[in-house]
Write a protein that binds this ligand. Structure first.
Ligand code: GAP
Length: 521
């Protein structure tokens, strides 16, 4: 049974509003009314996303001896997607409402519901008249009225008329109805999720190419060149980060499901069990290794372990290429959902590309003196889903006494993003206590300039100190440095810790070293 746990500490709306308020993430093309399924990262969000990608790259490429990075194109030869099975299989079932909204749904997201038929009756004149085409299916009369007011009134052209909704006796039935307008739903049809464009000046079908729906295939088609030039033996991996595009039928839940998003994928090529020598890890052992390794990566960067779990796909529901798939799920405010997938892809992809391209992609194993195709283990993470998980897990609201901020007495609420220091968009903010003292401003600016040489620091004098602290807390800045009048005398500054709000006096000429050590610690 699906785990329907919910979080009570944070809602998606809270995160959406924080993101908008603090320049983390905005709806895409907002000044033109928005483009569904797209989101833009603002100044703070761009840093956060970059840090998430850097942390992944560090763990998956730079800290390891057995993984290389690649960076392939978004546009690949159309045959790639024939070979990978995306042209044939990368589809979702789609259905439409026959009601006035004409809304589209993922058919597999629709649950059968018990509904009753309500007919629309015009009661303006003495003789009540049932309106043709005004039949609405709804679970309750209240819901039917809601549907009527939102969609049906306009559609039936009855503005200004008095109408009532009448239950049709004995009509209650269990079936597939639109949850938005109570219309019946069409039968499901398959819909390919790849977005396409044309290359070159002639827009005919021969010029059609797809925007990649995953970064993985860009790795497979470079497998042999990368292996040979990096002089790699099995096992080894190739990693890639970048944009992917999917024409999702129902993009929703903020950056959780969008039409343009980023992925961080690694294909790990290893020996099938039958070719392993004593002491060598088999393909299934690598599968296990990568499941655990990837979950631990989220913990390392601050996600609470209790908010992460594995979901093993049942054998009968595996994708066409998979010998085993485990999702790493995160307890988002919308419930447990896939954050990353780890799949055992067997030899599927290389077999397909070998057949379709005519290139020999087999590996020559000198130990067994045989040519064979390696197995592939793939941890595939969504960058935006990771950003959302880090934001949700770091978010907290606290009641603090303003005495902690040096203002005495009163209680107030503060919002803090307790992000891991490596992920924090800004590492230190330098704040002069008085903006109208040129000597103080100069000292603060010099400190910020020194910090900027090795980290992302800012200078901010656009408000009172309490307000500036709040702003930095809300975007997760680990350290605020205040420069006050005493600083001019004692050549020291105050550092405030984001989490404890404790303050420490540090000599100004030692502050850069202090920040560097504490960020590394
Ligand atoms: N190469 C395998 C692959 O692409 P996937 O499960 O379809 O597997 C991997 O995608 C990850 O990409 C998902 O776990 C999710 O984090 C992210 N992802 C997939 N579709 C997405 C979408 N429409 N919006 C945001 N992230 C998405």
């Amino acid at each position: 049974m699906a785990d329907k746990s919910q979080r009570s500490d944070v809602t998606l709306d809270t995160i959406v509003s924080l993101c908008k308020r603090r320049g983390i993430i905005f709806p895409g093309s907002e000044i033109y009314g928005g483009l569904q399924g797209t989101f833009d990262y603002g100044p703070v969000g761009a840093e956060l996303k970059r840090n998430v990608k850097d942390a992944w790259w560090r763990a998956m490429v730079q800290e390891r001896f057995d993984i290389e990075g690649v960076d392939s194109c978004l546009l690949l030869h159309p045959s790639v997607w024939e070979a990978s099975g995306h042209v044939e299989n990368f589809t979702d079932p789609l259905c439409d409402s026959l009601g006035p909204s004409r809304k589209r749904y993922r058919d597999d997201h629709i649950e059968d519901t018990e509904c009753t038929l309500y007919r629309t009756v015009d009661v303006t004149d003495e003789e009540p008249k049932a309106i043709e085409g005004g039949e609405i299916w709804a679970p309750t009369k209240k819901k039917a009225k809601e549907f009527y007011q939102t969609w049906w009134e306009k559609h039936l052209g009855l503005e200004g008329r008095r109408v009532k909704l009448e239950e049709v006796e004995g009509s209650t039935t269990v079936g597939r109805f639109s949850p938005d307008d109570g219309g019946k739903l069409t039968a499901a049809r398959m819909f390919n999720l790849m977005l396409s464009t044309t290359v070159g000046p002639v827009e005919d079908s021969s010029a059609r190419v797809y925007l990649r729906p995953e970064t993985a295939q860009g790795i497979f088609i470079n497998y042999e060149s990368a292996r040979a030039t990096a002089r790699r033996k099995l096992p080894f991996g190739l990693a890639q980060q970048g944009k992917s595009f999917r024409n999702e039928i129902t993009p929703r839940n903020f950056i959780f499901r969008t039409r343009e998003f980023e992925q961080m994928e690694m294909e790990f090529f290893c020996k099938p069990a039958e070719y392993c020598q004593d002491g060598e890890q088999t393909d299934m052992e690598w599968f296990d290794f990568w499941r655990n390794e990837r979950l631990e990566w989220y913990v390392r960067y601050g996600i609470r372990r209790e908010n992460l779990k594995f979901y093993d796909h049942p054998k009968e529901k595996l994708s066409h290429y998979s010998r085993g798939t485990t999702d790493i799920e995160y307890l988002y405010p919308i419930g447990w959902q896939e954050l990353e997938g780890v799949a055992h892809r067997g030899v599927f992809d290389l077999t397909q590309h070998m057949e379709h391209s005519g290139r020999d992609l087999r590996y020559f194993d000198p130990q067994v003196e045989k040519h064979y195709l390696p197995c592939v283990i793939e941890p595939a993470a969504g960058t935006d889903r990771a950003v959302l998980a880090f934001l949700c897990d770091a978010y907290r609201e606290e009641v603090v006494r303003r005495a902690d901020e040096g203002k005495g007495g009163k209680e107030s609420k503060r919002v803090v993003l307790g992000l891991h220091k490596d992920l924090a968009p800004i590492k230190a903010a330098v704040l002069p206590l008085l903006q109208n003292r040129p000597d103080l401003v100069e000292m603060a600016r010099k400190i910020a300039t020194d910090l900027k040489r090795f980290t992302n620091a800012v200078y901010d004098d656009t408000g009172a100190i309490g307000k500036l602290y709040r702003r930095q807390d809300e975007i997760g800045t680990p350290y605020c440095i205040t420069v006050d009048v005493d600083s001019l005398e004692d050549h020291a500054v105050t550092v405030r810790d984001r989490d404890t709000m404790e303050q420490e006096r540090i000599p100004a000429d030692k502050i850069a070293g202090w920040i560097r050590n504490n960020l590394a610690g």
